[in-house]
Ligand binder design. Structure first.
Ligand code: MN
Length: 132
């Protein structure tokens, strides 16, 4: 296989806010191929019909299913038992981290974050961090 044909890892970004989504898609473009879901039910159905290696899950998705519920549903699928899921939150209070981990998230980051913080965590979750 030629270098140019090597596919970037395919990730799912779940975020209800258009501005946040644009920023994160921009940050992710160089690292991975990004699909976007704007609510919990879409996240679950897109996960079902694709094979993502990482999911970025906004916890507050507005009205309806939140990110914790969506994560629990996705974790029930055989193909998503082991992949990293990063919880993205607008706030993090004491005890929140435990809730994210219990629901099946493996990492979390709170907004606002810098590009470096965000891409650093994504690369770490994908196992792309260089050993130096
Ligand atoms: Mn949100």
């Amino acid at each position: 296989m030629e270098q140019s044909e090597i596919k970037k890892p395919k990730v799912l970004l779940v975020e209800d806010n258009a501005e946040n989504r644009d920023v994160m898609v921009h940050f992710l473009k160089k690292i991975c191929e990004v699909d976007v879901a704007v609510d919990g039910p879409s996240a679950v159905s897109q996960a079902e019909s694709n094979h993502y290696v990482l999911i970025l899950m906004d916890i507050n998705l507005g009205f309806g299913m939140n990110g914790i519920e969506a994560t629990k549903k996705i974790r029930l699928m055989e193909k998503y038992r082991e992949i990293p899921i990063i919880a993205v939150t607008a706030y993090a209070m004491a005890g929140d981290k435990e809730i994210f981990i219990e629901s099946g998230c493996t990492h979390y980051i709170s907004k606002p974050f810098t590009k470096r913080e965000f891409t650093g965590l994504v690369e770490k979750a994908l196992g792309l961090t260089s050993q130096n």
